[in-house]
Design a protein around this ligand. Structure first.
Ligand code: PMV
Length: 312
């Protein structure tokens, strides 16, 4: 057994959230500035893997006999060992992460990916990205029931993805790097509540709601072309249109509106909420020169956390 270290990035949805539930495309990208990181060292307890999850303030133990309430990360390591047909090796895994938990940034998928990658390296049996993606997706199902597969794909491949529900996920390239600022409202908002409210809205007003959803789909297609062309100004304009449609779907919030407005006042080309909405994060499309002013404006407008990032 050798020591090993592996990491995986966060993810963020750029365009198409909510409409993606109804068959429209969505675009998500890796957020490399925040990462989960796993370090594997030889363990001192024979026949058990000890997993120290610093962010969760928990120490988890994998033993031969499964615990009925086993943590998803322990299940992940167990499945990996089963996949390799290996007995439980004495290992210590130390997991740390700078990805905010439960804020739509893919923290769960990234933690699983980093742990499985590091353990497979320590065992001298590195996983292919495809196998790792399948294993992480299986663990995502334990958390979310019917996840779309977008989180695991973005964090495992570290590539932008163009995603349509029930279709193979496509990764794609950026024409040139795009600068963004991510602002966190600090308001926790479970995605399933916002998704449920959009569903209810669609039941009450099917035609109007479906029209909004189709318009979002058309924007996502234009955004993909703008990303390919490296046209950040156009992406900004599309972000504002997408945000207005999400507002019409009722998933914005006063905090998100305040941050979007602050980004625009500071000169951003465009901004929108990202993910489930009602709280969570927003993104602003900027040039490298604008980035620091927009970042300061978001902090001044009450953002709990601001991340300046480059994608592509
Ligand atoms: O908040 P996130 O990043 O987990 O994204 C939710 C995206 C939705 O489209 C609102 C829901 C979904 O399952 O696609």
């Amino acid at each position: 057994m050798q020591g090993a270290r592996a990491t995986a990035p966060g993810k963020i949805i750029l365009f198409g959230e909510h409409a993606v539930v109804y068959g429209q495309p969505a675009i998500a990208v890796p957020l490399r500035d925040v990462r989960a990181s796993a370090v594997v060292t030889p363990g001192s307890v024979p026949g058990s893997v000890v997993l120290v999850a610093a962010n969760l303030a928990r120490t988890l133990v994998l033993r031969k006999t499964p615990d009925p309430n086993e943590h998803a990360l322990v299940i992940a390591v167990r499945r990996l060992l089963d996949y390799f047909g290996q007995p439980i090796p004495p290992l210590q895994i130390t997991l740390s992460s700078t990805i905010p938990i439960a804020s739509g940034l893919g923290s769960g998928a990234a933690a699983t990916a980093a742990v499985l990658r590091a353990v497979s390296l320590a065992l001298g049996m590195p996983l292919s990205a495809e196998t790792l993606n399948t294993l992480v997706y299986e663990i995502e199902k334990l958390h979310h029931g019917t996840p779309s597969g977008i989180d695991n794909t973005v964090v495992v491949y570290e590539q932008p993805v163009y995603f349509i529900r029930n279709q193979p996920i496509e990764t794609f390239a950026f024409g040139q790097p795009i600068h963004m600022v991510v602002g966190d409202t600090g308001v926790a908002s479970p995605t399933h509540l916002a998704v449920g409210d959009v569903r209810a809205l669609r039941e009450r007003q099917p035609e109007q709601t479906d029209a909004l959803i189709r318009e979002i789909g058309a924007i996502v297609q234009q955004a993909r072309a703008a990303i390919g062309a490296g046209d950040v100004r156009q992406l900004g304009a599309l972000a504002l249109q997408n945000h207005a449609l999400l507002r019409a779907l009722t998933v914005s919030s006063p905090e998100l509106e305040r941050l979007v407005e602050a980004a625009m006042d500071a000169g951003a080309y465009g901004a929108k909420l990202s993910g489930g909405g009602r709280g969570g994060n927003m993104i602003a499309f900027v040039t490298p020169e604008m980035s620091s002013a927009v970042s300061d404006a978001l902090a001044a407008a009450g953002a709990a956390r601001v991340i300046r990032t480059v994608v592509g």
